[in-house]
Design a binder for this molecule. Structure first.
Ligand SMILES: Cc1cc2nc3c(=O)[nH]c(=O)nc-3n(C[C@H](O)[C@H](O)[C@H](O)COP(=O)(O)O)c2cc1C
Length: 342
């Protein structure tokens, strides 16, 4: 089972965040980034009323992340996912939420490596696309390096050759999922060691990566980096991925170019009866750190959810952003030269 697409840079699966609208925007900014869906449970796919597998053709390469621990159900979902055209199927072995633990999947599965191996084999037997795992480095007191290598060893024997490892353990009791992304300390060297001990595996590292200097430093030790929160809260970072990590020579798009690229997509969405804020909620961080960025964010947050809101809200937000930027430039010029009159 080889992975045809590149894992050098991927955007993490994030519930409620990396939906198909966000992924469409990310793809508009980067050809090479591998995109992951939000986690979708086998129960939702097999018994839910909605279509949980929908995505835009433009999103490729796109990996579906599944939540589940029943090999048969996972295999059924894997077949459906392959039929729909996903490029990879990933099993969530990292989420610590109570809801997920009750369903006996997510991070608690790190304690059941043979079950994970059975799940992965069941999927690998019925599809041709790669099946991969996203895990932590440990759970609760099971946090030794030996525990991690036993897990990876057992699961890789089932035919998995790509692991993304969130470089902190999860506490299954007492911490919220958010705290579990912040409190257990990051241990990057442990993931580097994994790559040294399993050189034949593709290892991608995840957790706390916020810029390309860090990403490049990790890539000296592992095969890929996966970025979550930063790629969402500061989405414009994705516009530099191809240049920074894939040797693309062409200049990256501007933030305004990204907005422009989204307009036809938004128009189609609105024409199909969709709401503006379902897309713009992923765009509010686009001008983060820029003069006028706050005005952009505020205008979208206050107006895009209103019934009937259309593209004019984006135009107004851009205008407000530009005004805000011009004002900031004036203030700065005055600060430099207090005598100047505006
Ligand atoms: C809002 C949110 C939702 C998340 N949902 C998922 C999920 O569905 N599946 C998963 O494996 N991890 C999920 N995660 C964890 C991320 O994939 C990632 O492992 C974590 O945020 C650490 O990476 P980062 O420091 O780059 O954000 C989620 C994280 C956030 C912030």
């Amino acid at each position: 089972m080889s992975s045809a697409h590149n894992h050098r840079f991927s955007i993490a699966p994030m519930l409620d965040w990396t939906d198909r609208h966000y992924r469409y925007m990310a793809r508009a900014m980067s050809k090479h980034t591998l995109l992951y869906t939000e986690m979708v449970t086998t129960g939702a796919i097999l018994f839910g009323k909605g279509d949980y597998l929908g995505f835009n053709e433009e999103e490729h390469p796109v990996a579906l992340q599944l939540g589940g621990s029943d090999p048969k159900a996972l295999a059924e979902c894997a077949v459906l996912a392959q039929q729909r055209g996903y490029d990879e199927i990933n099993l969530n072995v990292g989420c610590p939420s109570d809801r997920v633990q009750n369903g006996r999947f997510g991070a608690c599965l790190m304690g059941e490596p043979q079950l994970v191996a059975d799940c992965m084999k069941a999927m690998a037997d019925v599809v041709d696309i790669p099946v991969t795992v996203k895990s932590r480095i440990g759970i609760d007191d099971q946090d030794s390096y030996q525990f991690l290598t036993d897990f990876i060893g057992t699961v890789s024997e089932a035919g998995v050759n790509l692991f993304t490892v969130h470089a902190r353990k999860a506490w299954l009791q007492g911490l919220s999922p958010k705290e579990n992304r912040e409190i257990p300390p990051l241990d990057y060297p442990r993931v580097y060691q994994l790559k040294r001990d399993f050189p034949e595996l593709t290892i991608s590292i995840n957790g706390g990566i916020t810029d390309f200097e860090q990403a490049k430093a990790h890539l000296a030790h592992v095969d890929g980096v996966m970025v979550g929160r930063e790629a969402y809260q500061n989405p414009y970072m994705v516009a530099q991925v191809d240049q920074e990590l894939f040797g693309e020579q062409q200049a990256s798009m501007s933030r305004e170019d990204v907005v422009e690229a989204m307009l036809p997509y938004i128009e189609r969405h609105l024409a199909n009866g969709g709401r503006l804020n379902h897309i713009t909620r992923h765009m509010i961080g686009l001008f983060q750190g820029q003069a006028g960025g706050r005005a952009w964010r505020r205008h979208l947050s206050e107006n895009a959810h209103k019934p009937g809101a259309g593209l004019e809200v984006i135009e107004q937000a851009l205008a407000q952003m530009q005004q805000g930027a011009a004002h900031a430039a004036q203030v700065q010029a005055k600060r430099k030269n207090p005598e100047a009159r505006s």
